[in-house]
Design a protein around this ligand. Structure first.
Ligand code: MSP
Length: 502
């Protein structure tokens, strides 16, 4: 059994989750479910990023303390993920006191290892990005992503010596030890690292809502350092080695090795197999995060993959434009499966794309026609034609038919290993289309009329077996539908899976 530890970003909890957050989380869920079905020891982590100026500002605006604010919003994320059938193993909140302690320990480790230095710093800070921007990055004096001017900040801060990791990072990335995908983005990252890495400030004097900097309570730890560490501290908090490895000098380091050895039932162990996110935060995950781990002598994640950004009806999703899609609303109308299916089949994972409610509607109908109807028709015919005693005897056995033989399995391992969700779904839907065509061509009703019982039996058995293969392949993508299919294939009682949209 191999371990598979997969993560989503922890989303800023300054507002309710939107469809963009759902996109990454659904993709991670498909992989988690796929690996579970394969028998891997999966740990799927998601959560919320709860500290920093951005959250403190949102809380103030809502007239709440930051703590009240995040405690009130956190359930919204959990509810949305539940609605979308997200099978996470843990929901991580950075306000977890254990996490805060481990973050401080980690920063102390970096200090002990000589990678932290106090310096005067003046820079342009974008609160929405929670990062300093360079003059050259600004577009007409504004942050290119948020279209707002950054604020000038002058502080004495603690710096992480990122510049010392340029060669080590390049070595790990170019050797493939740290995999970055897709390839085009890997090349961008490598090019940028080669231009040189600058040390980064990892504390804030002006931000109160955060983890206190060890030894200097007037400063808090930079929210991104706190956030990235969630992937690692989760293995300390929820891993199987909890409290089993007290080591006063390097508690984090030793525990991680133990965790790797001791992992047995379900707990996460460092390193992660895959960090998923969009391109906006790839630099943090493929450069800053690995450098932090190298500085603490910890293993690097195996793979970091950035998908694209999507627009809605050709425009960036924004509250001002009013085109933000609430995942809860679309799930209420179309069900979780159609939303999951649509988002992952709309455009290639890794590229930018566009989504719209009209196309979601079409995707729902495609599922209803190609898959839902196919199940109904097949099972109705199996029931209807089993009047023939010979057929009846066989059809009674249908539910227990020993399958699938390899003919009926739809091989999507390669696509899923490459995170090609759209490709996998295309392959699966092709099988459904072929079965529909096969029925149209063989016309079981004509075979019945002509008394060709053996042929009729063979045709329906073949479709039946393909439906079993289909339900297996669909399981990670649209679990509710796949479960319904499996149940109906077992009981041979057809029930509508995709009701007509009202
Ligand atoms: N809190 C940080 C992440 C810290 S991880 C250690 C953060 N949060 S965020 O709320 O802004 O989430 C960003 C992520 O949300 C993106 O990387 C992506 O996963 C997802 N997306 C948000 N909008 C999206 C689109 N319009 N399209 C695709 N993904 C989107 O950054």
């Amino acid at each position: 059994m191999s371990k598979y530890y997969i993560t989503t970003p922890i989303y800023y909890i300054n507002d309710v989750p939107h469809i963009g957050h759902a996109y990454t989380t659904i993709a991670a869920d498909v992989l988690a479910r796929y690996h579970r079905a394969k028998g891997d020891d999966v740990f799927f982590l998601t959560g919320t990023d709860e500290h920093g100026a951005k959250i403190a500002e949102a809380a103030a605006k809502a007239g709440k303390t930051p703590r009240e604010f995040v405690d009130d919003l956190r359930p919204k994320f959990k509810e949305t993920w539940k609605k979308l059938n997200i099978s996470y193993d843990q929901f991580f909140a950075t306000t977890n006191p254990k996490h805060e302690e481990y973050v401080q320990d980690f920063v102390e480790d970096l200090e002990q290892n000589g990678f932290i230095e106090k310096r005067e710093y003046e820079g342009l800070y974008c609160v929405a990005c929670e990062k300093f921007l360079k003059e050259a990055e600004l577009v007409e004096g504004c942050c290119p992503d948020h279209k707002k001017p950054p604020v000038k900040q002058k502080e004495e801060n603690y710096f992480f010596k990122l510049s010392e990791f340029q060669d080590k990072l390049l070595e790990r990335i170019e050797s493939g030890e740290l995999e970055i995908g897709p390839a085009s983005r890997k090349n961008e990252i490598v090019g940028k690292i080669k231009q040189g890495l600058e040390d980064i400030s990892i504390s804030r004097a002006a931000v109160e809502w955060g983890v206190a900097f060890p030894g200097d309570p007037k400063q808090t730890i930079y929210v991104w350092i706190d956030a990235l560490l969630n992937y690692y501290t989760a293995t300390k908090i929820y891993g199987d080695d909890i409290e089993t490895s007290p080591s006063p000098s390097h508690p984090l380091h030793l525990a991680s090795h133990q965790a790797e050895e001791e992992l047995s039932a379900g707990g996460p162990a460092w390193p992660a197999n895959l960090h998923l996110m969009a391109k906006d935060i790839l630099w943090f995950h493929s450069v800053i995060w690995p450098a932090m781990l190298l500085a603490a002598d910890l293993p690097l994640p195996k793979k970091v993959f950035a998908h694209g950004f999507f627009t809605v009806n050709g425009q960036k999703m924004s509250k001002t434009i009013g085109n933000v899609i609430d995942p809860n609303e679309v799930v209420d109308k179309y069900g979780a499966d159609a939303v999951r299916f649509y988002l992952l089949s709309a455009f290639p994972f890794g590229e930018d794309g566009d989504v719209s409610l009209e196309k979601l509607d079409q995707a729902y109908n495609k599922l209803a026609n190609e898959v839902g109807n196919l199940v109904q028709r097949t099972l109705s015919m199996i029931n209807k034609y089993s009047i023939d005693p010979k057929l009846e005897a066989r059809s009674l056995k249908l539910g227990k038919v020993k399958i699938p033989d390899s003919r009926f399995q739809i091989p999507v391992a390669e696509e899923l290993n490459n995170l090609d969700f759209a490709g996998a779904l295309r392959k699966i839907m092709t099988v459904a289309e072929e079965q529909n065509k096969y029925i149209a061509e063989k016309q079981p009703w004509t075979l019945a009329k002509e008394g060709k019982a053996d042929l009729l039996n063979e045709v329906l058995l073949s479709v039946y077996n393909n439906l079993v293969g289909l339900s297996d392949a669909l399981l990670p993508f649209i679990p509710e539908t796949a479960e319904k299919m499996k149940k109906q294939l077992e009981t041979l009682e057809p029930e509508p899976i995709f009701p007509k949209l009202t």
